[in-house]
Design a protein around this ligand. Structure first.
Ligand code: NAP
Ligand code: GLV
Length: 308
């Protein structure tokens, strides 16, 4: 069995090989670029555009992350090749920590207290019950459902939105186009955790951002392509939104000249909300390769028509 690992960071490629080889001692491993012209499987993160013009993959293409937008855009991607994504593998808990940190910072008025410290002003701010703070999670899949339930367990009122109807205990769920406006109208904090697809691209434009309540906070831990960045800036600068926490951007790395870097009401992290844990992910992928080799089906196969 031949497996190619394509990762833009050569050290990560080596790490993948070190995790895979003891688990699959019979496999031949190569990191991209390679002189191989054929392999059975590939594990890839943002591979080069010529990947499929130089290499034939016969069995399956594994995303090294939860998102698959970086693979679906590849030129010459074979139409019938199964694409399999990472399902959690330790990302859910990281995403819980990221979103809970932001929820607590906003709910506990952390920025205002930081300013008070700078001004040496001692007074406490009114704090309502967390149940009166409504957080909306857009995307209730593997990561969104875990985040929604963790935020609910912190005492917040949590609502969710997905493409198709979902049911989660203690969380009011909305779905589809019809559910979007009533969902957004309630979100004092909106957490984006849906994939980048043709349906979600630029969905959060001036029209939809205007549906959020005055003073809402946006957290984008999904993909930069979901948000129209100029519209977000206008929504914040006009005072409609209180601010945003952004982990992902239309262009990554975020260009040095981008106005988000210096905006006082925008918090930035460098696409680090939930990293791929290579050991846990290798374990998951090896399990799926073994199932495929036995002729079994695996979970996490991308529906190309849906885009995730
Ligand atoms: P998932 O299990 O496939 O869940 C995706 C969720 O989004 C599903 O609930 C899906 O609805 C919903 N969705 C899809 N299209 C929608 C639409 N048009 N309107 C409303 N909801 C829609 O994916 P996941 O593992 O939770 O990951 C979600 C995304 O997080 C990934 O695609 C990736 O882009 C991002 N991510 C970011 C980081 C980071 O570090 N920033 C790390 C990991 C992942 P249904 O339930 O109806 O299918
Ligand atoms: C990270 O962004 C991922 O999709 O895993």
């Amino acid at each position: 069995m031949k497996i190619v690992i394509a990762h833009p960071d050569p050290a990560a490629g080596e790490r993948w090989c070190a995790e895979l080889s003891p688990r699959l001692p019979q496999a031949q491993l190569a990191t991209w670029p390679t002189d191989w012209t054929q392999a059975d499987y590939a594990i890839a993160w943002k591979p080069a555009d010529d990947f499929f013009t130089r290499l034939q993959i016969d069995r399956a293409l594994f995303s090294a992350g939860a998102g698959v937008d970086h693979l679906l855009r590849l030129p010459a991607l074979p139409a019938q090749l199964p694409i399999v994504r990472v399902e959690n593998a330790g990302m859910g808990l990281q995403m819980v920590h990221y979103c809970a940190l932001e929820a607590l910072r906003v709910y506990r008025q952390d920025d205002a207290y930081a300013q008070q410290k700078a001004d040496r002003r001692w007074f406490d701010r009114e704090l309502e019950s967390p149940a009166r703070f409504t957080i909306g999670v857009f995307g209730l899949g593997v990561l969104g459902a875990q985040v929604a339930q963790a935020l609910r367990d912190l005492g917040f009122t949590v609502i969710g939105h997905s493409r198709s109807p979902r049911s989660l205990p203690g969380i009011e769920c909305y779905a589809g186009d019809a559910g979007l406006e009533p969902f957004l109208r309630r979100c004092q904090m909106l957490v984006l955790l849906a994939p980048h697809t043709s349906q979600t691209e630029n969905l959060f434009d001036s029209h939809h951002l205007a549906m959020l309540p005055q003073g809402a906070w946006l957290v984008n831990a999904a993909r930069g392509a979901l948000v129209v960045e100029t519209d977000l800036m206008l929504a914040i600068d006009s005072g409609h939104l209180a601010g945003a926490t952004l982990d992902v951007f239309q262009t990554e790395p975020l260009p040095e000249t981008h106005p988000f870097w210096v905006h006082p009401k925008i918090r930035i992290t460098p696409h680090s909300a939930a990293a791929t844990l290579i050991d846990e992910t290798a374990e998951q992928i090896v399990g799926k390769i073994s199932s495929l080799e036995r002729g079994e089906t695996v979970s996490g196969v991308v529906d190309r028509a849906r885009g995730y």
